[in-house]
Structure formats: C-alpha cells, structure tokens
Design a protein around this ligand. Structure first.
Ligand code: S3P
Length: 174
C-alpha cells in the first residue's frame, strides 16, 4: 500500500492544487492533479468532457484514474471536488494514501470561485446558493472519506501544509 501518498480532497476552490504543490515543494514529494490526469487520458479539457460526453462519462474517467494512484509513491495528489462522492472512490482513495479534507467556509469558496468559467457544475447558477446546496450534500461525504479534516480559513498555503501535518500527527497517521 502506497502509504506515503498525500491525497487532498474538498470542494472546488478549496485550494487543493495550490496547497498540494506547496506540500510537494516542502516535502520533496511529487505532485499530481487528478483532473489533469483525466484531461491527458481523454485528450480534452474537463469542461469539454462535461459538454461533449456528459458528467457520467467524466465520473467514469475519475473512477479509472483512481486506480492509477496505486502506481505512485511519495506523491501529493490534488483531486477533483467530486471524487469522494462515490463510496467506492472514498474507499479506494483511503487505500492509496493519507486522505486530507480541506474544509473551507462557504464565503471564502464563493470569493475564490466568483467569475470562474471552467467549472461546469457552477455554470448558470447563483454561486452562493449552489455552493451551499452542493456543500450540504458533500461535506459529510468528504469527512467520511478522509483520514483527517483540516479547517482552512484565509491561511496561506504554507500554513495550511503545517496544519495538515499537525492534524495527521494528532491522528497518529504520520
Ligand atoms: C468537480 C470539481 C472539479 C472538476 C469537475 C467536477 C466537482 O475539480 O473535477 O469540474 O464535482 O466538484 P476542482 O475541485 O479541482 O475544481
């Protein structure tokens, strides 16, 4: 089991990629973003996959990509915000490494996602309402699917990484 992988989960705009890159830089681990792996595999941008093939195909691709996580060691992964919604995915992620849920308040997410054009699940909705609606469904699943939950405020990426290590240590995971 690739126990030295770090897998960041959480809502769109939670900072998974930014924090993940910082964590990789600070620890000397590699960094991979599952959305980018899917784009490479499908030869299309995420928004194009949703538009041309539909969300179900994207979720299928997401499920396939999780299997690839087992090929890696010593890697930090940023995951797409919907990856832990599926129970099999939650289980697979937990086996592939330490899963860390970055729990960011709605108002900060809304600030960060304002004007964002490349998230098909947000397009055409009232942003704050949509975040609230999706988060009410997702938060318990993110929590259930993670080894640790880290509450993130307006912290800089390095502080978030430090919080993650403290949380993992406290949970006896590191
Ligand atoms: C999604 C989040 C996106 C991307 C896709 C679906 C989701 O990734 O995977 O648009 O369901 O929350 P980010 O969390 O990196 O924005």
């Amino acid at each position: 089991m690739a126990r030295d992988n770090m897998i960041l989960t959480g809502f769109m705009g939670a900072g998974k990629s930014t924090v993940g890159r910082k964590m990789a830089q600070m620890t000397g681990k590699s960094f991979l973003d599952t959305d980018l792996l899917i784009e490479e595999m499908m030869g299309m941008k995420i928004s194009e996959i949703f538009e041309k093939l539909g969300e179900a195909k994207f979720r299928e691709a997401e499920k396939n990509i999780i299997k690839k996580l087992y090929d890696h060691n010593n890697t930090v992964f940023a995951t797409g915000g919907g990856m832990p919604l599926d129970p099999e995915n939650r289980e697979a992620l937990k086996k592939a490494g330490h899963v860390i849920f970055l729990d960011v308040p709605e108002d900060i997410l809304a600030e960060r996602l304002e004007g964002c054009k490349d998230r098909p699940l947000l397009a055409g909705y009232d942003l704050k309402e949509r975040i609230r609606e999706l988060l009410s469904i997702r938060r318990p699943l993110y929590t259930e699917g993670a080894h640790v939950t880290v509450e993130v405020g307006p912290d800089d990426p390095q502080s978030v990484v430090m919080k993650i290590f403290r949380a993992l240590e406290k949970a006896g995971k590191y």
